[in-house]
Design a protein around this ligand. Structure first.
Ligand SMILES: [Fe+2]
Ligand SMILES: [Fe+2]
Length: 202
C-alpha cells in the first residue's frame, strides 16, 4: 500500500489496541515530529515560497492532529511524557543517508521529502490496521479512519513536492530504493525480541 514494500506484522494491531494509552502517547509525539519536520524543511528553503507555503499547511495540519491526540490523552487522564525513541525513523534516515547522493541540485530536499512520505505511508497503514482491529463500536475508530485518510493524502502531497523538485523519473527510482530500505527496517524490527510494541512505528 502507498509504495510500502512490507506489510506490518499482523500481531501489531492486537498489541497496540491492548495498550491504547501508550499508542496515543506515541501517536501524539509522531504528529508533533511531523509538524516540526515540515517546518524545519520550510526553514531550509526560504527561497521557494510555493514549497514553504505547502510545508506550512502540512505542519499546521499535523499540529491540529497533535492537539486532537493531546485532548484524547487529557480525557483519559494520561500524561504525554517525553518522546519515545523512534528507532524506526532514525534508522530510515540513517540508511537513506548511506545511499549515493542523487546527482541533482535538490538531492537532499528530495530525499527528505521521500523519507517523510514513507513515514506517512507507514502511519497510514498502521492507523488502518488499528481502526480495523477496533471495530465499528469502538469510540476511536472514526478518529483513526479520518486520520489514515489524512496521512495517505500527506504521502501523496510529499511525493508531489519531490516531483516538483526533481521530476517524476527521479522520484520513482529513488522512492523504490528508499521503500526497500524502509521495508528492511520494518522486517528487522518485527523479528526483534522487543518487536510488536504499542507504538505507531516500532
Ligand atoms: Fe498527522
Ligand atoms: Fe501526516
Amino acid at each position: 500500500m502507498l509504495g510500502l514494500l512490507a506489510a506490518t506484522d499482523a500481531r501489531w494491531a492486537t498489541v497496540a489496541l491492548a495498550d491504547l494509552d501508550e499508542v496515543l502517547r506515541d501517536h501524539a509525539h509522531c504528529e508533533m515530529k511531523a509538524a516540526v519536520h515540515a517546518m524545519s524543511l520550510a526553514a531550509r528553503h526560504p527561497d521557494d515560497l510555493g514549497l514553504v507555503r505547502k510545508l506550512v499547511a502540512l505542519a499546521q495540519e499535523e499540529l491540529a492532529h497533535f492537539d486532537r491526540v493531546v485532548v484524547l490523552l487529557a480525557s483519559r487522564g494520561v500524561a504525554l511524557g517525553p518522546p519515545p525513541i523512534d528507532a524506526y525513523a532514525a534508522s530510515l534516515r540513517a540508511e537513506a543517508a548511506k545511499l549515493p547522493h542523487l546527482p541533482i541540485a535538490q538531492a537532499k530536499l528530495v530525499d527528505r521529502l521521500l523519507v517523510a512520505a514513507l513515514i506517512e505511508a507507514r502511519s497510514c497503514e498502521r492507523f488502518k490496521l488499528l481502526a480495523s482491529e477496533m471495530g465499528e463500536k469502538h469510540p476511536l475508530q472514526g478518529f483513526y479512519t479520518e486520520l489514515l485518510a489524512a496521512e495517505a493524502r500527506h504521502y501523496r502531497e510529499l511525493i508531489e513536492l519531490a516531483m516538483e523538485a526533481s521530476g517524476e523519473q527521479v522520484v520513482t527510482a529513488r522512492l523504490g530504493l528508499l521503500a526497500a530500505l524502509e521495508a528492511n527496517i520494518v522486517r528487522a524490527m518485527a523479528s526483534a525480541p522487543e518487536s510488536t510494541r504499542a507504538t505507531i512505528h516500532g
